[in-house]
Design a protein around this ligand. Sequence first.
Ligand SMILES: [Zn+2]
Length: 73
Amino acid sequence: MEQRAVVRCAEGHLFSTTTFPMQNLGPGRLGPGRLIRCPQCGRLRSSVLADVQELSAPQLARAMRLEAAEFLA
Ligand SMILES: [Zn+2]
């Protein structure tokens, strides 16, 4: 099973993506987040990795069903 990251968009929506480039996370590029098209906003949002330890099981399950369709930057 592929590894998916749970991310949170700037509007607070939770979703998942297989393409979050964690190895590229570092200071100085685009701030702490990455531009991902949020499946709930339908817009490119600066999104950060969510801390799955802080999510409830329903939140996590919902995020896993909502997968980002594309990844940019
Ligand atoms: Zn959103």
